[in-house]
Structure formats: C-alpha cells, structure tokens
Design a protein around this ligand. Structure first.
Ligand SMILES: [Ca+2]
Ligand SMILES: [Ca+2]
Ligand SMILES: [Ca+2]
Ligand SMILES: [Ca+2]
Length: 271
C-alpha cells in the first residue's frame, strides 16, 4: 500500500554486456471513487453538475486544463472548470469543457425504468452530451441548442433515458467545445412504466388466492370495488382475499416508495 499522490517510476534494464536501457512512468494513486461529500444522488432526483464524484482527474472526471478556468471558489483543488451561476437558485455551473472531457456521478436508481431528463443548460454554441453507464449509452446523444448566452438558462428536455435499478456511475461526455451546465433532473416516466407493467404482470386466480408474476420488487397491489371501496392489499407475489366476490375490481400498483405505477380494472374470478 502506498500513500495517495503522484509517483514517478523508473525501470532500468541491463544486459550481460553491461548495456542498459530505462523508461519512466508517472503513476497517480487515487482514492476509490465516491460521491461528492459521500452523498449518493437518488434517482428520481436532481443532481447539480458541480457535485461530480471524488477521486480526481482521470478517475471521477477528465479535464484537459490544470486547475479551475472558471474562477469559482468551489472545489478549487480540482481541475473541473466551474463558475458562479446566475440561474434561479444560484450555486455553480460547469463550463470551459472541450470535446472528450467527461464528468461522473455516483447515483442510486430507486426504480428501474424509462426516465424523462431535464438538462439545465446555457450556451452560445450548439453542443452534444453523451450519457453512459459502464460504457453503455443510457440515452441517445443529447443535443444542447444555442440558448443565446452563457448565462441564459434553458431546460433541455430529453425522453427515453433507460436506467436499471441500483448503485451505478453515470458518465457525461462533452461532444464539442464549451457548454454551461447547471443541473440535471431525472423523473420517472410512469406512463411507459405502466405500459410495461401491463404487458409483464400476470395474474392467476385459485382458491381465493391471487398469484402475481412480474410485479416490481416491493410493490403493493391494492384492490377496490368500482365504487372505490377498499377490498384488500397484496404483496408483489399476490396473496389471499377469501371474501372477494367475482366481478370487476380496480387494481392499483404502488412501488416500494409509494409512487403509483398502474391503475387498471380487472375481471376477478372467485373460485
Ligand atoms: Ca471513474
Ligand atoms: Ca481545468
Ligand atoms: Ca475543461
Ligand atoms: Ca449547479
């Protein structure tokens, strides 16, 4: 184990006749990558671009200019270029990016699915952002339009961000020179989720029992009659409702965080 920092390593090779050759390398020993201040961003949720991960240049981000070209007194020991932001809510924004630079964010995705994304951007030239997890695109490259000024902020809306559940690192890579970024906000697209659930969720009725397949982990399924009276609650694998009579019932599927995923009228067959 060596202390964190930058090391020069020199290897010298000598042959039998005494001739030697050497080569040198600089090795940077970084801490393991972690979320800024140890706070892992939850998705759905909002992530400030300036709160990129911790472990330095080449690990949590790639920036090709030493130090902060943006002049903000924020994370001044890093190389990402940050300035004071004049958007609502103030704070900071990223800027001075060049093509190929990237920043990474450790996130915790609470619900898998399709997300709508808002990128809060300001730019005097068009740019493109790509977004990947483990090298795989989670959405098609995002076009950032000209907003008319480096502090003229605009919501750039993006649909179809595909995220799996759990802890992961999102990398944002700049396609061209210069774009200012304030924050990004991920919202679960519940319509696409409901469509997916409708096709993947299967119900089987037997002996007053409803068996469920394909419901999300931790989901609660609540049944109501068509007058809105509560009839009973099932877990993700179903459950028993001995007093339920045959007929149409209203089913709601709520995920483990309480978000309503699906509402559907189903025919129930008691047996
Ligand atoms: Ca990394
Ligand atoms: Ca820099
Ligand atoms: Ca830069
Ligand atoms: Ca910000």
């Amino acid at each position: 184990n060596v202390a964190l920092g930058s090391y020069s390593i020199k290897a010298v090779v000598t042959d039998n006749s005494g001739k030697s050759s050497s080569d040198g390398r600089t090795v940077v020993v970084s801490p393991p990558q972690t979320a800024y201040k140890g706070v892992v961003s939850k998705i759905p949720g909002k992530i400030e671009f300036e709160n990129y991960d911790v472990c330095g240049n080449g690990c949590a981000y790639f920036d090709d200019s030493e130090g902060n070209d943006g002049g903000a007194s924020f994370r001044t020991d890093e190389d990402v270029d940050i300035e004071d932001c004049t958007d609502d809510g103030a704070g900071y924004n990223l800027g001075w990016a060049t093509a190929g630079e990237w920043v990474e964010y450790t996130v915790d995705v609470e619900s898998p699915g399709i997300y709508d994304l808002v990128v809060r951007a300001a730019s005097e030239n068009a740019n493109t952002l790509s977004m990947t997890v483990d090298g795989k695109e989670i959405v098609k490259p995002i076009a950032i339009p000209v907003t008319g000024g480096w502090q003229k902020w605009q919501d750039v809306k993006v649909a179809g961000v595909n995220l799996n559940a759990g802890r992961q690192v999102i990398r944002v890579t700049f396609g061209a020179k210069y774009v200012n970024l304030n924050y990004m906000e991920f919202k679960l697209n519940t319509i696409s989720l409901a469509q997916k659930l409708e096709t993947q969720m299967q119900m089987h009725f037997s002996n007053n029992r409803i068996n469920l397949e394909g419901a999300p982990a931790g989901a609660k399924i609540r049944l109501f009659d068509l007058q809105g009276q509560f009839l009973g609650e099932l877990g993700e694998h179903g459950g028993e409702l001995p007093n339920l009579k045959s007929g149409k019932v209203l089913m709601t599927v709520v995920n483990k965080n309480g978000a309503l995923l699906l509402t559907k009228v189903i025919p129930y067959q008691a047996n």
